[in-house]
Design a protein around this ligand. Structure first.
Ligand SMILES: [Zn+2]
Length: 269
């Protein structure tokens, strides 16, 4: 199955937290969307790898995402090795996404930075005709390079190049985050005496909701800053994703969008 958009994260729940609303909106518009988690989160303070797998499948259902794959990179020890890069080359050649969403280059968790480097290298190498790889069924894969790479924004501050209006799918995003009951504060579904983390404290989810009071957006930064970021985001909808009709706000962002930032709503009006 070819995908229009592939979101890659280091740990199950990274993608939901950063671009869950965007993925749900794209699914509603008829795009084929996938998630790849590079690790299974087995080194997390709370829960277990098997529980996080169940939670991730539930979150996938909530967002309506078509495919989700878990790679076996070592949690908290992800490194941009040649093996890891080739593993991602295989993924890119298998799903042939137009757009890839991935972690930013400068991040609190070293795995996030490592996945950034792995994806960038895989993006380049995936297009090399003489680099031979084989798919899950053993057949040789064709070279392929996605049209666009965009970093979503995680813990550390990066200036966003564009915001995605997720007002129609914010509740879905929140529910997908709450699917990770072992990680965030959902006392009716998960109670334990494991140590608290930043995510598992009640105020984490409250902060997600509070920030949405000012506007419901997922934030993305480009892989590299391009002249004319509005045009760059318009190209996400119009060129990289040819199924889309037009980008209603690509050329003329709504006044409710943060000043000087591109804003695209995936919902035609
Ligand atoms: Zn993470």
């Amino acid at each position: 199955m070819n995908l229009d958009v592939l979101a890659i994260g280091a740990h199950p729940d990274d993608v939901e937290l950063c671009v869950g609303g965007t993925l749900a909106a794209l699914v509603r518009e008829g795009y084929r969307v996938g998630i790849v988690d590079c690790t299974r989160g087995e080194y997390g303070t709370r829960g277990s790898a098997s529980l996080r797998l169940e939670e991730a499948r539930r979150a996938q259902e909530i967002l309506g995402v078509h495919r989700r794959e878990f790679l076996d990179m070592p949690d908290s020890a992800v490194a941009p090795t040649e093996d890891a890069i080739i593993e991602l080359v295989r993924v890119l050649r298998q799903y042939r996404p137009h757009v890839v969403l991935f972690p930013p280059p400068f991040e609190r968790h070293p795995d996030h930075e490592a996945v950034h480097r792995i994806v960038r290298s895989a993006y380049f190498k995936s297009g090399l005709a003489r680099l031979r790889t084989f798919g899950p069924d053993g057949t040789e894969q064709e070279p392929y390079r996605p049209a666009r790479l965009y970093s979503y924004i995680q813990a550390y501050h990066h200036e966003a190049d564009f915001f995605v209006d997720i007002s129609q799918t914010f509740e879905q995003k929140l529910e997908a985050i709450r699917a990770y009951a072992s990680q965030v504060y959902v006392p009716e579904r998960y109670r334990s005496d494991e140590p608290e983390t930043v995510l598992s404290r009640p105020d984490f989810l409250e902060s997600v909701v509070a920030r949405a009071l000012l506007g419901k957006y997922d934030r993305c930064a480009l892989r590299r800053r391009l002249p004319g970021s509005r045009a760059a985001w318009a190209s996400f909808a119009q060129r990289a994703l040819p199924v889309a009709a037009t980008s209603p706000h690509g050329a003329s962002p709504k006044s409710s969008a943060p000043a000087q930032r591109a804003c695209w709503s995936p919902h035609p009006q």
